[in-house]
Design a protein around this ligand. Structure first.
Ligand code: NAD
Length: 338
């Protein structure tokens, strides 16, 4: 039974996190560094795990992203756009814990071979679902609260890297998921020009990407230098039996003309995850775009299906951050520039 002090602490955390979520997801303006946010989020998760009676249905731990803005048409996702669990331990142990959990959930023991994973970068932008019908882009939607996003098709059409029609054979209905982002050099050039013109600058590349996609004038969006990485599928693609591994999905996305980041690697077992994490951490500052960690996914689609989901997260994927992210800066008390 939770003491009144613990109950009060959980209530305070819920309110505080909900407020940070609003500023981050709705306004695209973080009030605190991610590391600080993650610490509070994990504290609330731990309290709820220890005292299940404290878990309320409106707890931020049970939600994905933020409320869609009213100014856009709502889009109900055919398949929810979920969150990814963040591994609490940012050291190598985070990868080892994830692998151990997956093996346990699949009932494997030490004599079974290592699990094959695909490791990707966790791009720090805005998640988008692109819907193609008969090979043509018909709709682009934000993640929103996971169930319902915002129709941002007009703005997304201005991103040159997103194909408006697909090359080669493709299913009648195809949903592609990925991240819209602003590359660092583009962000700096854009701000430099804005300063020269005496116009407002963007706060950071993530704010630049999210703010550009979620604003009403497509002409303004077209002036912002946005890019895209595809990393998965939305609505199930019927009759396409190439979909045995996530790696094959990425290859097919590449063949259709979507940008797929080439740092992704297929690795074996926990050791492979650890090596990927270390390699990306060492090169992270040299990447031309921001990442907020790496993502590990079980490569086999059949195993992904066996593992399934728990509340708002798949059991077959995890985000693993880097210690240096504690240093991230955050701008407080600024105007919203959209
Ligand atoms: P998430 O942790 O729920 O992860 C899912 C998201 O990851 C997807 O929607 C997608 O946008 C993104 N992603 C990037 N690369 C991907 C890849 N290769 N494969 C799959 N997905 C990929 O995502 P979130 O809600 O964007 O972020 C949660 C994090 O945001 C928190 O851990 C926290 O650090 C940060 N946050 C910060 C504040 C703040 O105030 N600073 C507030 C809210 C959230």
């Amino acid at each position: 039974m939770a003491s009144s002090e613990v109950t009060r602490r959980a209530a305070l955390l819920r309110t505080q996190i909900a407020d940070y979520d609003y500023w981050y997801y709705v306004k695209d303006l973080p009030r605190v560094p991610d590391a600080e946010y993650d610490k509070l989020f994990r504290e609330l998760q731990a309290l709820e795990a220890q005292y299940p009676e404290l878990l309320t249905s409106d707890s931020p731990t049970q939600r994905v992203g933020g409320k869609p803005l009213d100014m856009f048409q709502p889009v109900r996702h055919a398949i929810p756009m979920l969150s990814i669990r963040t591994e609490t331990d940012i050291s190598d142990q985070g990868a080892i814990t994830f692998d151990a959990r997956v093996r346990r959930e699949l009932d494997l023991n030490e004599n079974d071979p290592p699990i094959e994973y695909i490791c990707e970068l966790k791009f720090d932008g805005l998640a988008i679902n692109l819907r193609y019908e008969q090979g043509r882009l018909v709709q682009a939607a934000t993640r929103g609260d996971g169930e319902t996003g915002e129709d941002v098709t007009q703005n997304v059409r201005t991103i040159h890297q997103i194909p408006l029609s697909l090359e080669g054979m493709c299913p009648n209905i195809l949903e592609v998921r990925g991240e819209v982002y602003m590359a660092r050099p583009d962000f700096e050039r854009y701000n430099e020009r804005q300063r020269e013109l005496g116009l407002p600058t963007l706060v950071n590349p993530r704010n630049g990407a999210a703010g550009s996609i979620r604003q009403l004038d497509p002409a303004l969006a077209a002036r912002r230098p946005l890019k895209f990485f595809a990393y998965g599928l939305g609505e199930k693609v019927e009759g396409w039996d190439w979909r045995k591994t996530h790696k094959e999905v990425l290859k097919q996305l590449d063949a259709w003309g979507f940008p797929v980041n080439d740092e992704c690697r297929v690795v074996q077992g926990a050791q492979g995850l650890v090596e990927f994490h270390r390699r990306i951490e060492a090169m992270r500052d040299r990447l031309p775009f921001d990442i907020d960690g790496v993502v590990y996914k079980v490569n086999s689609i059949a195993l992904q299906e066996r593992l399934g989901f728990v509340s708002r997260e798949p059991r077959w994927a995890v985000a693993h951050k880097f210690p240096a992210e504690e240093q991230l800066t955050v701008v407080r008390d600024i105007e919203i520039q959209v």
